[in-house]
Design a protein around this ligand. Structure first.
Ligand code: NAP
Ligand code: GDD
Length: 362
């Protein structure tokens, strides 16, 4: 039975990759950090599986990495752990550099120092943010990099150190240059999930307005569940190589917003420009979306669109499994149910408190 180690297992991609590898018959090991609330929502449903094991460690802690990698001796490592929020990287640039840049080096060295150069294959979660202030559209494996945030600069180091270890030590290590991929498990402060949750809350009377930053930013959004297959395919390849993983389609934040509200039953129209732009409910005339400079970044990446031709032809990967409309729909449907459940729970709690107060229930 093959053994895989996933860092960042509690994140969006880590949870889908765990399910994917368990289905393939792997023994899956995951690295987790201690947290004050020890509940890992995205992987709670697989904890307890006989081939699913969790280990405490941290990308900032070489000793934990040496210990975990030396003990498990995995056939494959998927390094998904990162401080992954671009805007937050402007607030915590040093931590972001330590984890997203030096953390990659620590993994590579742990593999090398424990004598697993020939036996262990490594996938590095790289990113379209490397193209940053883009120099061509669409972006391919040969497009020059121009990282445009502390996050992207750190990930750039990760990309190059993986390439360096591949050439210097002939390690099987490669980077997936993944464009944005979303899902119902996406972190709630990334723009897509922030929008789908807000659309669901507004439609059910639980929120008045949504405040966003740059509505004109363009992204190539895919479905995370489809993208984890590519990580695995890259490690099954004959040669270690880097691949762009994307859909080849581009949409603006504004378009995402209009579609999400549409699936929540609200037709929006946008009026105005820049900070004055508003998203207005066509039926009621209410302003539901406003622009706030709080969500502007010191430097923003505004024109991402990937060309997945190499992954399609060499890995046989299909980027068209889940289209943009379907992705937005499934995220909104999930959040509509989530908010309805939260409403129901609140109602039950309030009723129960009233009954307790009146002494109806003891
Ligand atoms: P995510 O949901 O934010 O998950 C990040 C994971 O990293 C979490 O499990 C987190 O653990 C863990 N982590 C953070 N700091 C750590 C540290 N110091 N030591 C160990 N673990 C740490 O991210 P994602 O969307 O799944 O993305 C996975 C990877 O792909 C990331 O490296 C991201 O930068 C990269 N990427 C993502 C996209 C995308 O669109 N999703 C695109 C390109 C590249 P906690 O749960 O304890 O916080
Ligand atoms: N988060 C956020 N919140 N972004 C907003 C908002 C807002 O309120 N309003 C507009 N945006 C714009 C951002 O300025 C950015 O241009 C775009 O929406 C997407 O932002 P995010 O969803 O935060 O994602 P990201 O593209 O910056 O980063 C994600 O994708 C990268 C791949 O390109 C992350 O998953 C990274 O880890 C990943 O590498």
């Amino acid at each position: 039975m093959k053994k895989a180690l996933i860092t960042g297992i509690s994140g969006q991609d880590g949870s889908y990759l765990s399910e994917f590898l368990l289905d393939k018959g792997y023994d899956v090991h995951g690295m987790i950090r201690r947290s004050s609330v020890d509940y890992r929502e995205r992987i709670a449903h697989i904890e307890g599986h006989p081939h699913f094991h969790l280990h405490y460690g941290d990308l900032g802690d070489s000793m934990s990495l040496l210990n975990i990698i030396g003990k498990i001796r995995p056939d494959e490592i998927y390094n998904l752990a990162a401080q992954s929020h671009v805007q937050v990287s402007f607030d915590v640039p040093e931590f972001t550099a330590d984890v997203d840049a030096v953390g990659v080096l620590r993994i590579l060295e742990a593999v090398r120092l424990t004598g697993q150069v020939k036996t262990c294959r490594i996938y590095q979660a790289s990113t379209s943010e490397l193209y940053g202030k883009v120099e061509e559209v669409p972006q391919t494996e040969t497009t020059p990099f121009h990282p445009y945030s502390p996050y992207a600069v750190a990930k750039q180091y990760g990309f190059w150190i993986v390439k360096e270890y591949r050439e210097a030590y002939h390690m099987f290590c490669c980077s997936g240059i993944l464009f944005n991929h979303e899902s119902e498990r996406r972190g709630e402060t990334f723009v897509t999930r922030k929008i789908t949750l807000a659309a669901a809350r507004i439609a059910q009377g639980r929120q008045d307005k949504l405040r966003l930053g740059n509505l004109s930013a363009l992204r190539d959004w895919g479905y995370a569940r489809d993208y984890v297959e590519c990580m695995w395919l890259m490690l099954q390849n004959d040669k270690p190589q880097d691949y762009v993983i994307a859909t080849g389609r581009q949409h603006s934040v504004r378009e995402f917003c209009m579609l999400a509200f549409h699936y929540a039953g609200i037709e929006l129209e946008f009026q105005g420009v820049g900070i004055e732009e508003k998203g207005i409910d066509k039926n009621s005339g209410r302003i539901l979306v406003e622009v706030s400079s709080d969500f502007y970044r010191p430097t923003d990446v505004v024109n991402l669109c990937g060309d997945p031709t190499k992954a399609m032809t060499e890995l046989g990967w299909d980027p068209s499994k889940t289209g943009f409309e379907e992705l937005v729909k499934l995220m909104v449907e999930y959040d509509m149910k989530k908010i309805a459940m939260e409403k129901a729970e609140t109602k039950i709690r309030v009723n129960l408190e009233e009954y307790l107060e009146k002494g109806v229930v003891k």
